[in-house]
Design a protein around this ligand. Structure first.
Ligand SMILES: [Ca+2]
Ligand SMILES: [Ca+2]
Ligand SMILES: [Ca+2]
Length: 153
């Protein structure tokens, strides 16, 4: 999808030509244009969108393009991505990556409607091992989860 990017470039260009000299306004205008053009990530992510995002992510990580993320290609040794390495062979294949990521998505999709809203994402961030039926919308739980859940096997 490049259409919006082009539109964005055009509006930014127009803003630049009309408001020459006023740099702050110029930037604010560009920001607004960006927001209007959908630059801000949507608060609702469908499973398909998510899949697309993950495909891009995988391509970024898989630098040599052999459809496997190896140790050297990992952003960090303690990356959460290692949870995706189901057979623990130190490599993450494309299917491990996608199945793991979609499982994550499904875990975030609390009401199982195939989309994850920003609320659901927040809820899963403050996720508690017990009491899944209690959507924690009250003040952020503050603090990263200490006891990493989701250690299957
Ligand atoms: Ca690779
Ligand atoms: Ca593996
Ligand atoms: Ca949902």
């Amino acid at each position: 999808m490049r259409a919006w990017a082009m539109g964005l470039g055009l509006t930014a260009l127009m803003a630049a030509t009309t408001a020459c000299g006023k740099k702050e306004e110029n930037r604010a205008e560009a920001d607004r244009a960006a927001a209007k053009a959908g630059f801000v990530p949507p608060s609702v992510t469908s499973r398909v969108d998510f899949g697309g995002m993950m495909a891009r992510r995988f391509r970024e990580l898989d630098r040599d393009g052999n459809d496997i993320i190896t140790h050297e290609e990992m952003p960090s040794t303690n990356s959460r991505l290692w949870e995706l390495d189901r057979n623990k062979d130190g490599e993450i294949t494309e299917s491990e990556f996608f199945e793991g990521m979609l499982a994550r998505f499904d875990r975030m999709d609390l009401n199982r409607d195939g989309t994850v809203t920003s609320e659901e994402r927040e809820a899963s961030r403050t996720e508690r091992p017990t009491a899944p039926s209690n959507p924690v919308a009250t003040g952020a739980g503050a603090g990263a989860s200490a006891g990493a859940p989701g250690n299957a096997n």
